[in-house]
Design a protein around this ligand. Structure first.
Ligand SMILES: [Zn+2]
Ligand SMILES: [Zn+2]
Length: 368
């Protein structure tokens, strides 16, 4: 579907994209929320050391979203958890990793199949031919499915159709902008979207080379890295990456510092899966989105899911319509959750709560 490039050509292109990264980036159904042009001049990732040789790569907010990554150094090379939404973003992180170590990247672990967590795999695979890319069996199946949800090769095809329409709409919105600030913000979003489309057209989807169907322990260059499969949650194939000695978990999107994205998820099982995770001994979490979290935020996030499900079931039993529920439950849960779920420019409470209520109503209550 795309012309292929030599590695040198690709890295040159990616380097150019990195140079333009202030105006790049993406957002889609997983993370499609308000842009914040004020953040656009920050670096794409902030590498935060959180244990000896373990870093959280926290993604800066972008209209075209990137996930966070975990960077784990070992005596033998580097393990990276998740690879963002596009090659230029993965390349930007790769350059940052090179500033802390010249050791090769040995393994990538994809936490789940969503577009913003794996579309940069090719950068690492092209740079390191012996690279192993690990995920769950379910996630690999989703990555090769035409209709798994907001990720995988099928979703790339859908984006190639939808992103040009998004560009047309942004151009239209720019013409109708009512203030210079709004116009500037839309123009920045347009540049990000055009760059993203260009990358999508060149993308060489790079699938995992190894799958696991149960929890496994890797002993990688002297470091113990566990890949935990604890049940369905944000998707049917989520894995958690657990470092028992360092007491750190990389959680993908099953535990984040934003409001959860439920589509492709299993809300009731998600609550149970988080309880299974809680039993492990860890102190800090590198979430798929937002900032580094403490373990204490797990019950808060799980509590939101449990309270949301209970509220929708209760409102349904009381004969409320979906529209009534959306307003009523959003207000009912706000005192407990709005502030803690609105710490960042993206993924805020009021932007997602209505979608969450609708998803639970249609997929848990009506089908339950
Ligand atoms: Zn994500
Ligand atoms: Zn996700």
């Amino acid at each position: 579907m795309s012309p292929s490039f030599t590695r040198r050509q690709f890295l040159t292109r990616a380097g150019m994209a990195v140079a333009a990264i202030e105006t790049l980036d993406h957002l889609g159904p997983c993370c499609a929320l308000a842009a914040d042009a004020k953040t656009a001049d920050k670096d794409l990732f902030e590498l935060k050391p959180i244990a000896d040789g373990v870093y959280a790569a926290i993604a800066a907010p972008r209209y075209k979203v990137n996930c966070n990554a975990a960077v784990i150094l070992t005596n033998n090379g580097v393990v990276v958890v998740d690879s963002h939404s596009k090659p230029s973003a993965a390349f930007a992180l790769y350059r940052e990793i090179q500033s802390i170590t010249k050791m090769p990247i040995r393994k990538i672990i994809n936490t789940h199949f969503h577009w913003d967590h794996w579309q940069g795999n090719q950068v690492y695979a092209e740079a390191f031919p012996g690279l192993e890319i690990i995920t769950s069996e379910r996630t690999r199946a989703n990555l090769t499915s035409a209709n798994a949800g907001v990720g995988g090769t099928g979703y790339i095809e859908k984006q190639l159709e939808s992103v040009p329409k998004e560009i047309t709409k942004l151009k239209d919105d720019i013409l109708r902008a009512t203030s210079p600030q709004q116009k500037a913000r839309l123009e920045a979003n347009l540049r990000q979207t055009e760059s993203y489309l260009e990358e999508l057209r060149q993308l060489k989807p790079t699938l995992p080379t190894r799958t696991v169907s149960n929890s496994v322990t890797l002993t990688e260059g002297g470091r113990e890295i566990r890949i935990l499969l604890l049940g369905r949650a944000h998707t049917d194939g989520d894995v958690f990456i657990y470092l028992p000695k360092e007491k750190v978990v990389a959680s993908g999107d099953a535990l984040i510092d934003w409001m959860p994205f439920l589509n492709d998820g299993y809300p009731e099982e998600w609550v149970q899966t988080l309880s299974a995770l809680e039993k492990f001994d860890f102190a800090r979490v590198i979430p798929g989105h937002g900032d580094v979290m403490s373990k204490e935020q797990l019950p808060f996030f799980r509590g939101y899911l449990a309270d949301l499900i209970a509220a929708v079931k209760n409102a349904t039993a009381n004969g409320a319509s979906l529209d009534e529920m959306k307003q009523g439950i959003a207000d009912q849960l706000a005192p407990k959750y709005e502030q803690g779920m609105s710490k960042h420019p993206l993924g805020q409470y009021r932007e997602r709560v209505g979608l969450n209520i609708e998803f639970v109503y249609k997929n848990v209550v009506k089908k339950g």
